[in-house]
Ligand binder design. Structure first.
Ligand SMILES: Cc1ncc(COP(=O)(O)O)c(C=O)c1O
Length: 385
């Protein structure tokens, strides 16, 4: 019988949860390689009331809350701010809080398929691994375009691929901050390169890098969303913004969304989302973070992350290690550290490279601790690449 088929005393149940919480908290103190801001977001005073109710945003995000147990107004304020940061007029933009970036990417690609039913999806080899799965789910043709060694989409290869399929149209998935190197695919250049395919739909996956590109000091900003010609955009809620519930904001040009009739029990409205329930708690917590920061606070936070990334790059270089990053990126790419250092700081390795990401909880002290661990490993004879 599964363990959970037996009732367990509540003290023992809570002890297991507290043990896990302690383990995760310990890991997150030294989290350097995963793109999520682990800074605490909720004080004890708020946690209990919020966790003791169902906050369910049901049905279309713009229609009245049918049961009065959601946070749709807060969700729409989050969408409004993100649309504005993405370079669109909020009145021209449809958006909602999706359960994850992968899900939001799927919706963005579906909008492309609705417009251009015969168009393949072009995406780079450095795009997130969820992308081909979403394409498969939508039963669209996939064309993988090689990435340049620094992780940006090779737009010459994109142009070649589009010329080989003229007239079918193109749905292009661009990544704004690739998972491993933080590369930003150049949206205006992509639009030009894909033009031989005919009409196009451009989705910008700005899971981590979108907000950094939007809020960096002006000299390091990039066109990353509607400002660069995107038709739909996703931004993670748990990566840079640190929402403790995984989520993402999906934004799209309003005229591209074809809402369908939702169930009568939710109210006779048209719903443009792909599901019914969305986390009202995630929306509320994101709203809280944004409301407390304001634009000035967000800009300060991005600047501070860029400074920490710069500091990390300098310190690693001083240690004689090869460390680099794209301009305006908080991802510092390095050669793989020894296994014990990787395990201690949760550093991923893919295709022979590793990275650390200066999300808001990463301090210069944590960078120092990482550099010290690298030096100790070197002194003990672990090969540093
Ligand atoms: C660029 C990029 N896109 C999409 C995703 C997937 O996000 P999620 O885990 O929210 O589905 C990630 C995750 O790291 C990512 O880095």
């Amino acid at each position: 019988m599964p363990r959970l088929a037996h009732a367990t005393a509540s003290q023992a149940v809570d002890a297991e949860i507290l043990r896990l919480a302690a383990e995760v908290s310990d890991t997150q103190q030294r989290l350097l390689g995963f793109p999520a801001n682990a800074a605490p977001q909720v004080d004890d005073e708020l946690a209990a009331p919020l966790l003791n109710m169902l906050l369910n945003n049901i049905g279309d995000p713009r229609t009245p809350d049918p049961y009065g147990m959601g946070s749709k107004d807060f969700e729409q304020e989050v969408v409004e701010l993100l649309a504005w940061l993405a370079g669109a007029h909020p009145d021209d933009t449809y958006g909602y809080l999706a359960p994850s970036s992968s899900y939001g990417i799927g919706h963005g690609l579906k909008l492309g398929r609705d417009r251009l039913p015969h168009a393949p999806v072009y995406y780079s080899s450095a795009a997130h691994y969820a992308v081909p799965r979403q394409i498969d789910l939508l039963r669209m043709d996939a064309v993988q375009v090689p990435a340049l060694p620094d992780g940006r989409m090779d737009t010459i290869a994109l142009e070649r691929a589009c010329k080989a399929r003229p007239g079918r149209g193109a749905v292009v998935l661009a990544t704004i901050g690739t998972t491993m190197t933080g590369a930003i695919d150049p949206l205006p250049e992509i639009r030009r390169a894909a033009s031989p395919a005919g009409p196009m739909h451009l989705h910008a996956d700005g899971a981590l890098g979108g907000l950094v590109a939007a809020l960096a000091p002006p000299s390091e900003r990039h066109p990353w969303a509607f400002d660069g010609g995107a038709d739909s955009v996703t931004v993670s809620g748990h990566k840079f913004l640190g929402c403790p519930i995984p989520c993402a904001i999906l934004l799209a040009r309003k005229e591209l969304v074809r809402p369908a009739q939702q169930g009568q029990y939710v109210g006779r409205h048209q719903d443009g989302t792909l599901a019914c329930s969305r986390s009202g708690l995630a929306a509320l917590l994101l709203w809280r973070t944004l409301a407390r920061l304001g634009l000035g606070g967000m800009e300060k936070q991005v600047l501070s992350c860029l400074e920490v990334a710069d500091y990390a790059q300098q310190r690693l270089t001083e240690l004689g290690l090869h460390a680099w990053r794209h301009p305006g990126s908080i991802t510092v790419v390095l050669d793989p550290p020894p296994p014990e250092v990787r395990a201690r700081f949760s550093i991923p390795v893919e295709d022979g490279i590793a990275h650390i990401i200066a999300v808001p909880h990463v301090t210069p002290d944590l960078v120092d601790e990482f550099c010290d661990a690298q030096q100790t490993a070197k002194a003990q004879g672990s090969p540093l690449s």
